[in-house]
Design a protein around this ligand. Structure first.
Ligand code: UT7
Length: 332
């Protein structure tokens, strides 16, 4: 019997219009373009400024882009997964709202949270459903409105993050293309270094927590950087080793866009030429769950059937890992 693999068969994306440039940040906090560019590689990020729109808005736009490009009947979608660290509401599923909004009337849906690794882990979940034969069309969306949890007076975090969303469709493939392998890890020691302290069950919202700015992202950048550099590179090297891939075999590295220096370190460890490394951090900053699908959307026209892609990410928790996927279609 032919083995069924889980292939990505379509991609969609959305980024909001408002551009928060380094020049504009210079007027908001004590920073400068030179520092931001050399330390992170970021020049600008996009923000969803509408006060009445949450992460679901970004996700819906990305899903609609995919549906239109693929000419997909949304009622055929079996499952909608939303990878996000910024759900619309603390309790009601963002995915349920998005699924109904895009006309995925026969789907069930849920959110998946693993900070910046949410989409990477989501690929594992989506693939497993397809490989098992249980479902035929799984829509995985990575979406985050990071501007909703950033303190724009804190120069340590406000220069890094942006808003955006990307979507991919997973479907069965009998030619062997698609999801091949994964190496995923976590280490709970990480929550001291990258977190939102309040608003969860451990420290519910109160006047005190608002006054103390405990609902914003806190990051000990230096420590996170050290863990990210070694773990993302290790995971990528491991996935190559396990699948007997040399740098010649890998066509693309699809790395989480947290810091250009972390991406360069991972590419160096893999001995990959810069032209094989997908990068858009310069324009979007770190969009958390959206970085990987936004890369796929930006590079879709350069991807060819059979290309070998290594994904790698690192995020809060800590959560991290790498996966190996072969591309299933040629550019249109
Ligand atoms: O996506 C989830 C995972 N997250 C990550 O992977 C992020 C990992 N961390 C990083 O990318 C980097 O640590 C940052 C970009 C956040 C910071 O870069 P860094 O090279 O680690 O800088 P630092 O925090 O060690 O700060 C160096 C100096 C400090 O000044 P002193 O103490 O040396 O005088 C900071 O106060 O730079 C100062 N600084 C800034 N200066 C200008 C910190 N932020 C800024 C700023 N503009 N925005």
């Amino acid at each position: 019997m032919t083995k069924t693999t889980a292939a990505i068969t379509a991609v969609g994306s959305y980024i909001p219009d408002f551009v928060l440039s380094n020049a504009l940040l210079e007027t908001m906090v004590d920073t400068n373009d030179e520092w931001i560019t050399t330390r992170t590689g970021i020049k600008e990020r996009r923000l969803l400024k509408d006060k009445d729109k949450g992460t679901s808005y970004l996700a819906i736009q990305a899903a609609k882009d995919l549906i239109e490009k693929k000419q997909l009947d949304p009622s055929e979608i079996d499952l909608v997964l939303i990878a996000t660290a910024t759900p619309d509401l603390a309790v009601a599923s963002t995915a349920a709202y998005v699924a109904s909004n895009i006309g995925a009337t026969n789907a069930f849906s849920y959110d998946l949270q693993a900070a910046c690794s949410s989409f990477l882990y989501g690929m594992s979940t989506a693939s497993a459903y397809i490989e098992s034969g249980r479902y035929k069309k799984v829509l995985l969306i990575g979406a985050d409105k990071m501007s909703s949890i950033i303190d724009y007076t804190d120069r340590a975090t406000c220069i890094i993050f942006g808003d955006g969303a990307g979507a991919v469709l997973f479907e069965p493939n009998t030619e062997g293309y698609g999801y091949q392998d994964e190496y995923l890890r976590t280490d709970g020691v990480g929550r001291d270094f990258l977190r939102i302290e309040a608003g969860g069950s451990l420290l519910p919202a109160s006047e005190e927590t608002v006054k103390n700015k405990q609902h914003y992202v806190y990051q000990d950048g230096k420590t996170v950087f050290k863990f990210a550099v070694s773990n993302m590179a290790d995971a990528a090297a491991k996935i190559m080793e396990r699948n007997k891939l040399t740098h010649d075999d890998v066509n693309w590295l699809v790395p989480h866009q947290a810091n250009k220096r972390i991406i360069d370190a991972t590419a160096n460890r893999m001995d990959l030429a810069p032209e094989k490394v997908m990068m858009n951090i310069e324009h979007y900053g770190n969009t958390t769950s959206a970085t990987l699908p936004l890369l796929l959307a930006d590079y879709e026209q350069q991807l060819k059937k059979g290309d070998s892609l290594v994904f790698a990410a690192f995020g809060g928790g800590f959560t991290w890992g790498a996966s190996y996927l072969t591309w299933a279609y040629d550019p249109s």
